[in-house]
Structure formats: C-alpha cells, structure tokens
Design a protein around this ligand. Structure first.
Ligand code: AMP
Length: 229
C-alpha cells in the first residue's frame, strides 16, 4: 500500500532555485519530486498529444491551461507515488488559485492525514533575470539537471555535457530574455492571490532566502522541517 505523509510545495519565481533544491531533497532525504515543468517538457519531447498542444505555449513562456496541468498532476500522483509515508515535493505547481483549489480537493478526497507545507524561495527579479539568462540544462528528458554558465561548474560548462548522465547541455527556449520577462510577469500576476488562498485555508508560508548558496537554502529547509515535525 502506498500513502503520502507530507506534501511540500516549493513556491517561487522561475529561476528561484526550486528545481535545484528539489533535487537535493530527493537525493539526500529520499523525497519524491513532481516538477510540472519537467513533465511538460517530457510530453513535448515524446511528441504526445498533450506535448503537441503545449509546445508553443511553453516556448512562448506562457502558462499551460489549468485543466491540463491538473490532469497531468493527478495522473502522476496516482501512478508514481509508491511506498509508505512518502513526502512529495511540488515544484512549479500550483501556479494559480484554480490549480491550488483543485489540488487541495484532490488531496482531501484521496489521501487522509496529509500535512501540507509551503516554502517560498524569495529572490529579487534582477537576480532571477541573471540566473535564467545564464542557465543551461541537461537535454535528457529523464534528467533535466540544472547548471549555470556563471562561475559554477566550470568543468562541466567547458565540455557542455551533464556530469550526471553525460547528455549534452542546452539552453531552454523559454530562457531567452523576452520569454524570461513573460514568465516573471505571469509569476507576479498570480502570486498575490495564491498566497492569499493559502492564508485563507490556514497554511502558513515559510519564507526562505533564495539568494543564499544552495547548501544554505537546503539547510534552512531542513531546520524548518526539524522545528515543525
Ligand atoms: P518550469 O520548468 O517550472 O519553469 O515550467 C516551464 C513551463 O512549463 C512554464 O513556463 C509553463 O509553460 C509550463 N508549466 C509548468 N508548470 C505549470 C503550471 N503549474 N501551470 C501552468 N503551466 C506550467
């Protein structure tokens, strides 16, 4: 029998470090990551019907329609979560109040006694723009590891291969400057209402300084986890 003990939502602008933090939690804590961005890109690469429908939307930096994202999440939750007492990370979902409402209903209807926590990675827009414009990612749809052309990982950048699976590193279409601005605008458009929604249903938002090093960000999450177990 499988069950979810805890849902941890990583909230934050694109490029705020949600993906990197999620991977650290997967590797070090054994949590399970659901990244809707990764799922969308997998559909596109595999050329599924969903992939064909969302390809242009993703490339233009806009949001995929709520009903499709919710369907993808439901499918993932009911097929991919195995084992007992799992902690599941939501990376890049929910992004709108409609998504959050549907998700909370899905959880309440299908799982009992699940704790939901929301961590918000706070990073200035200027830093987000710098990060996204220098981001390169692994082209392997099963991996999609994240690297930066800025300073870090120089050995990897030199050969432009992923040091996990050795696939080529590429720039994402939606990391072009104009698309970055569209994505940031979308984020700012929805975030206020989303925060208000969590407040309304009694879920506190735990702010994390996303400007800190990846290790420090991870440590901050870990110490909050210890405090609120
Ligand atoms: P990400 O990798 O999280 O930056 O997501 C990449 C793209 O996938 C987004 O710009 C959207 O086009 C799409 N996407 C991912 N998650 C969602 C979501 N929760 N709602 C709508 N669109 C999404």
């Amino acid at each position: 029998m499988s069950s979810i003990r805890q849902i941890v939502i990583f909230l934050g602008a694109p490029g705020s470090g949600k993906g990197t933090l999620s991977r650290m939690c997967v590797d070090r804590l054994g949590w399970k990551q659901l990244s809707t961005g990764d799922l969308c890109r997998q559909h596109v690469q595999e050329g599924t019907d969903i992939g064909k429908e969302i390809d242009f939307t993703i490339k233009s930096g806009k949001l995929v329609r709520d009903s499709l994202i919710i369907e993808m999440v439901a499918q993932w939750l009911f097929t991919q979560v195995s084992g007992v007492d799992q902690t599941v990370i939501l990376d890049g979902f929910p992004r709108t109040v409609v998504q959050a409402e549907s998700f909370m209903k899905m959880i309440n209807d299908s799982f009992s006694h699940v704790v939901v926590k929301v961590y918000q990675l706070v990073v200035k827009d200027s830093e987000i723009i710098n990060r996204l414009s220098s981001r390169i990612v692994c082209s392997n749809k099963e991996c999609q590891a994240i690297y930066s052309e800025r300073g870090l990982n120089q050995d990897v950048i030199h050969i432009k291969k992923c040091n996990i699976c050795h696939y080529d590193l590429i720039k994402r279409n939606d990391d072009a400057v104009d698309k970055i601005h569209t994505r940031l605008d979308n984020y700012h458009y929805h975030i206020g209402a989303l925060l208000k929604y969590y407040q309304t249903i009694g879920i506190a938002i735990i702010d994390i300084d996303g400007n800190a090093s990846t290790e420090n960000v991870f440590e901050e999450v870990l110490s909050s986890e210890r405090m609120i177990q």
